[in-house]
Design a protein around this ligand. Structure first.
Ligand code: AMP
Length: 194
């Protein structure tokens, strides 16, 4: 089974591209951001607790996110695989994911990082804020904090996966179709080697 991590800062286009890849390659799309927003929409205790972090552009505690992902992976039936979007975001999350997958006799196939310059990210997020209904996309200081949190806590994952020779990059600029084509070419290669 393929287990792909779509990686990159907020605004890199992970959600859009993960959805497209999911459909194309028959992968389940797991977005921890979407799972958290759905908990919040249902006003669960977990969702209300997570909101405090999300509103400030901080990461939700590892234990919360890891237990949420464990439930989701254990529910996973026979599929072509999984595309992870917005997870893992810290080293403890990456280690937990490796443990969970190992217990299912699975492993991460690759991490694909979408590369987008900083000023383009801010522009995209502000634009998305006009239609997404996400309060964390509307406030410039929250946006800047999310990018800072990415640099400090999430970027170190590049080393973690690079050491395992699983790190790949894709140019995340251009049209949705252009980016999607680049990703498709790479995923086909990864699939053949898997
Ligand atoms: P996203 O939709 O991926 O941009 O996530 C929105 C917000 O949800 C983030 O700014 C975090 O507050 C929270 N979040 C999503 N995924 C994670 C994760 N893997 N670890 C911690 N917090 C997360």
């Amino acid at each position: 089974m393929l287990h792909l991590i779509l990686f990159g800062p907020p605004g890199a286009g992970k959600g859009t591209q993960a959805q497209l890849l999911g459909t194309q390659f028959g992968l389940i799309h797991i977005s921890t951001g979407d799972l958290l927003r759905s908990e919040l929409a249902n006003r669960t205790e977990l969702g209300l607790e997570a909101k405090r972090f999300m509103d400030r552009g901080e990461l939700v505690p590892d234990e919360t996110v890891i237990s949420m992902i464990m439930n989701r992976i254990h529910q996973m039936s026979e599929t072509g695989g999984v595309i992870y979007d917005g997870f893992p975001r810290t080293i403890p999350q990456a280690e937990a994911l490796d443990r969970i997958l190992k217990s299912e006799h699975e492993k991460i196939s690759a991490l694909i990082s979408l590369e987008v310059p900083h000023n383009e990210l801010v522009k995209r997020l502000m634009l998305r804020g006009e239609t997404s209904g996400r309060s964390d996309d509307r406030n410039i200081s929250v946006i800047e904090n999310r990018i800072k949190v990415y640099q400090e806590k999430t970027k170190p994952l590049i080393d973690y996966y690079n050491q395992q020779q699983k790190y790949h990059t894709v140019d995340g600029t251009g049209t949705i179709e252009q980016i999607s084509q680049r990703l498709t070419n790479l995923v086909k290669k990864i699939k053949n080697q898997n």
